[in-house]
Write a new protein. Structure first.
Length: 448
């Protein structure tokens, strides 16, 4: 077991409120730990990986304030056969994983109706409106390090059809307070000279921001946590300990026990190991997201740019140009298929043939995705001193600080300013095929 110790002159101004454990040291976990510290808790963070080496490291680095539309959309059913046949597209499904994934996809399809999309978007907007303010509290004094780049995000498309496809979704976003601006070729070239003459159709997302280094961002937050008296234990949790209807701590794989008065589960896809003990039926699916980090690329972007028709994005980071966005449903398999990352790189090279690709690192992060794309931010009913912050899917980086603030409210017994009912851990249940109008048609298509 490795322990990351706090500095000797750690600040301990807040009153001591007992030992609190946070299981999971990724972006959601570290944000929860920092907000708990603000409330005066003595916090221990437990994670088997080094600081910064988590799912959010291998992300596009975007603070996607207006990304409130769920992945399930009308017509999604027709696309599933293509996912099975075409492993080069932006979203792929491993055929061998399909039987085990079928119940999950049935739930997923149930969210593809317009009414559900509007409902989910409204709930997600209630979270994303607070992203920048919530991160601002955690990053006070670190502004000079340029961790968050104060520039908007661009989307570019091969034709007007891409802009039209996003029009309805952008109308929903606009109705919920998120702006967008249609761009022509000249405007795209002015904002991003590297793409001048390559695209005539685009959208500007003025409220979005991006992170200059996803790994460095999490490391900086972890360093702040340690400097404020936090403790980080590098180990894997084997089980949650309990007695008298409450959690009493955790037992590590080494056999060591760490006691606690409160426990926050923020372990991403790894949280699935504890759902049975907590008594929650959570259909969380780990979805692989692949990235290519190109060092010394020889090309320069001013913004993070989403290539809509290509299904990937470019984000300029201090450690290189990160290219990614493709995702893969592989069921319970944890064996990455880095051919997916190579496909992204090849597509990017065709768009930017002058880009140098001699120094490339491929990576994968397993996004903990729920069928309705909404996270869980809730208190456990069976063990009421356990709090859950899981299932953020592709929005872990975006929603980390806001989730941390809300978990802090729940632990403190404060009434959260937001309605957390849409993010209940108890919103799933029963047979997903019951009442699902797409079930029969979905099964028939699979048999063809």
């Amino acid at each position: 077991m490795n322990t990351d110790k706090p500095s000797q002159d750690a600040a301990r101004a807040a009153p001591h409120k007992g030992a609190t454990l946070v299981v999971g040291g990724g972006i959601v976990g570290i944000c929860c730990a920092l907000y708990l510290q603000r409330d005066g808790h003595q916090v221990t963070l437990i994670d088997p990986a080094a600081p910064g080496d988590s799912t959010a490291k291998w992300s596009c680095g975007q603070l996607s304030l207006g990304e409130i539309i769920p992945l399930s959309k009308p017509g999604i059913l027709k696309k599933i056969p293509g996912w099975l046949l075409d492993q080069t597209g932006p979203l792929a499904l491993r055929p061998a994983a399909l039987p085990a994934l079928l119940p999950w996809f049935l739930r997923f399809l149930g969210n593809a109706r317009h009414a559900r999309i509007q409902e989910i978007a409204t709930a997600m907007a209630s979270l994303t409106h607070h992203v920048l303010a919530d991160y601002g509290r955690l990053l006070e004094g670190l502004e000079a390090r340029g961790l968050v780049v104060q520039r908007p995000i661009l989307q570019v498309f091969d034709s007007q059809a891409g802009v039209e496809h996003e029009r309805g979704h952008n109308e929903i976003r606009r109705s919920l307070g998120f702006d967008s601006q249609v761009l022509n070729g000249a405007e795209i070239g002015d904002l991003e000279p590297l793409l001048a003459g390559k695209f005539a159709h685009g959208i500007l997302l003025p409220q979005w921001r991006f992170v200059s280094d996803t790994e460095g961002f999490m490391v900086a937050l972890t360093e702040r946590f340690l400097a404020q008296g936090g403790r980080r234990v590098r180990a894997k949790v084997a089980r949650l300990d309990e007695a008298g209807g409450r959690a009493t701590g955790v037992t590590l794989e080494s056999g060591e026990r760490i006691p606690a008065g409160q426990l926050v589960l923020a372990a991403g896809a790894g949280a699935r190991a504890f759902f049975g003990q907590l008594g929650v039926n959570v259909p969380l699916q780990p979805v692989a997201g692949y990235q290519a980090l190109v060092r010394d690329a020889g090309v320069s972007f001013n913004h993070s740019v989403i290539y809509g028709d290509g299904g990937f994005c470019f984000t300029p980071m201090t450690r290189g140009l990160q290219i990614g966005g493709t995702i893969e449903f592989g069921g319970n398999s944890t064996q990455p298929n880095f051919k997916r990352a190579q496909i992204i790189l090849a597509k990017a090279k065709r768009l930017l043939p002058q880009m140098h690709t001699d120094n490339v690192e491929f990576g994968v992060g397993y996004r903990p995705l729920l069928p309705d794309t909404k996270p869980i931010i809730d208190r456990c009913r069976r063990l009421p001193n356990v709090f859950m912050a899981v299932g953020h899917g592709q929005l872990g980086l975006t929603l980390g600080a806001t989730t941390g603030r809300l978990i802090g409210d729940l632990v403190a017994g404060r009434e959260p300013q937001l309605d957390l009912q849409p993010f209940s851990a108890y919103r799933f249940g029963g047979d997903p095929s019951q009442g699902n109008p797409d079930y029969k048609r979905f099964s028939e298509n699979l048999q063809r």
